[in-house]
Design a protein around this ligand. Sequence first.
Ligand code: SF4
Length: 237
Amino acid sequence: MLLLMLEKNMPIDCVFYADTGMEFPELEAHMAKLDSLLCQERGIHIITLRHPHGFERLMFDNPLQQKRAIARRFAMGQPVTGYGWPGMKVRWCTSKLKTELIQEATNRLKKEPDVLHYIGIAADEARRCKDDPRHRYPLMEWGVTETQALQICYSRGFDFGGLYEIYHRASCWCCPLQRIGELRKLRNHHPELWARLLEMDNRARAMFGPGPLGQFKQNWSVARLEERFAREETEKD
Ligand code: SF4
């Protein structure tokens, strides 16, 4: 969306990027490249939004604030710090590390008259759009689908370091909501991140036990996935 907005000479006053701290190194490099183009074309930099505590501190160490949540943890004999692994029903990471930060930043700007917030939702993701007169969805308006958007990036020399040639989605590498096939690829293509994930999960299980907070995926810890993937490799040989 940003590349096309630049090409179409649309006004751009600021660009926000919410960094969860768990992005692939290739994505970080992509953002740096995009930032230099933006600076060269418009003389501004991407504004990176980060939660002051970051993913791992929120997951393990941050003291809970709500009395009810603290009481529930006490009753279950669980620590009163950390949100544990995110799950389908409790996606604290999306709200704390992305939406709340972006909302806070854009709400400040929305006090200005005539401010528009452009959001890069593709034409085939319409269900994600909100009905807000200050929101614009240029990719939707131009009928650009997710696949076409990726091709547009490629044709302008932005290839995300090849991430999309490997993975279906290039969001947080530690995401417990990703498919097992994606985790198998993570182990093969980013073994250093896989090792970090293994450590995180061992810590979560030791700290929170077998319930949802310490459970990476239903029926699967990262250690069990490691055994499974290693066994698959041996069977292949
Ligand atoms: S990609 Fe996964 S881990 Fe990252 S913010 Fe989204 S749900 Fe959370």
